[in-house]
Design a protein around this ligand. Structure first.
Ligand code: GLU
Length: 400
């Protein structure tokens, strides 16, 4: 009898984390590697947030807290939802978890039974299907192709819904494509969902503050308030506030779901880190202006990368509305031959070639369920991006 659980054979280690670790390993071994794999802002956590964490330690907030978050942080999250999304949640509607990933995982463990279906638009963030599978659910994919701007249509959504559908995950702006749904585009989808009363919406809004060119972000429950009592509006401090390591994710949703998620959490991690919770209050309620400044830096980087990647023959890179990723198509490289004589057959061959030939780490599209593509995270300095895109061009130019 196998010692490792059968469920583990259905999932793989997170490819985004694997690429990031591989780049770090090569760098530690003295190789000149530029990591564009990790979806992590290069900015530091802002000073007053750090100080709030230090103050929490000095004031002795170093003990267990309520399992799914302190009342103070829940109040701050309610204020955030009202301020940013015009959503009214009360304390009892809020769950605080050890990172956004944990929020989603808790929701799935709390709700999925064997065979329940979770609709996931592709390209998707690598962890959605595997978290679904681990919790006993079945992922159902809808392709949001490059030609469709990486967005799904109402017809596609309608066709994917079955009596077994439990959730649809919406992630706008998207990891990995950066595509974001406008109010009207989101409304088309929420109109479909209104008609299917058994389907719940998990809205992963983690990139809400990273949008460009005046794009206005809308969460599904703000677009269609009638969906609010079957929507989990999920967010976190990691991406907007550059707090990836603090591990605080949160969600607003109906009390029954929030209570079920608390039950799961109370039997697994207990509370999220007490110190991080205090720092998160400062992040959510403190001055927000610097998010715009960081957004301006991200926009400059986006434009730089889109421009340079579109200059590479064989690659095609749409301009995304948000997040800090681009997801170029690399169909033009498939079938080409490397200087070492290897045929590029799939997008994993492209990412492997880029890493081995010019030391640029990107994540292959197959990991996100839509090929042939690869993901570049441009959350790094302009100089590094210029160097990396130059190397990508050099490598692609060398293909025959
Ligand atoms: N969400 C980020 C990414 O996609 C961090 C790594 C992860 O958790 O997947 O790269």
């Amino acid at each position: 009898m196998a010692f490792i659980a059968d469920a583990l054979s259905c999932i793989k280690p997170s490819p985004t984390i694997a690429v990031t670790s591989k780049a770090a390993e090569l760098r530690a071994a003295g190789k000149d590697v530029i990591g564009l794999g990790a979806g992590e802002p290069d900015f530091d956590t802002i000073d007053y947030v750090k100080k709030a964490g230090i103050r929490a330690i000095n004031e002795g907030h170093t003990k267990y807290t309520a399992a799914d978050g302190t009342p103070e942080l829940k109040d701050a999250i309610c204020e955030k939802f009202k301020r940013d999304n015009d959503l009214d949640y009360k304390r009892e509607n809020i769950s605080v978890n050890c990172g956004g990933k944990h929020t989603i995982y808790n929701a799935f463990v709390a709700t999925l039974n064997e065979g329940d279906e979770v609709i996931i638009p592709t390209p998707y963030w690598v962890s959605y299907p595997d978290m679904t599978l681990l919790a006993g659910g079945t992922p159902v994919f809808i392709e949001a192709s490059i030609d469709a701007g990486f967005k799904i249509s109402a017809d596609q959504l309608e066709a994917a819904i079955t009596p077994k559908t439990k959730w649809i995950i919406l992630n706008s702006p998207s990891n990995p494509s950066g595509a974001a749904y406008s109010f009207e585009e989101m409304k088309v989808l929420t109109d479909v969902l209104l008609r299917h009363r058994h389907v719940w919406v998990l809205s992963d809004d983690i990139y809400e503050h990273i949008v460009y060119d005046g794009f206005k972000f809308y969460s599904p429950a703000s677009v269609e308030p009638k969906l609010k009592d079957r929507t989990l509006t999920m967010n976190g401090v990691a991406k907007a506030y550059a707090m990836t390591g603090w591990r605080i994710g949160f969600a607003g949703g109906p009390v029954e779901l929030i209570n079920a998620m608390r039950k799961v959490q109370s039997q697994s991690t207990s509370n999220p880190c007490s110190i991080s919770q205090y720092a998160s209050i400062a992040a959510l309620l403190g001055p927000q202006e610097y998010l715009k400044e960081r957004g301006t830096a991200f926009k400059k980087r986006r434009d730089l990368v889109v421009g340079m990647i579109n200059d590479v023959p064989g690659l095609s890179c749409p301009t995304p509305e948000g997040a800090f990723y681009v997801y170029p198509g690399c169909a033009g490289l498939i079938g080409k031959i490397t200087p070492e004589g290897k045929v590029i057959e799939i997008d994993l061959d492209v990412s492997t070639y880029l890493l081995e030939s010019v030391g640029v780490a990107v994540v292959h599209g197959e990991a996100f369920g839509l090929s042939p593509h690869f993901r570049i995270s441009y959350a790094t300095s302009d100089d590094i991006l210029i160097e990396a895109c130059g190397r990508i061009k050099k490598a692609c130019d060398a293909l025959k």
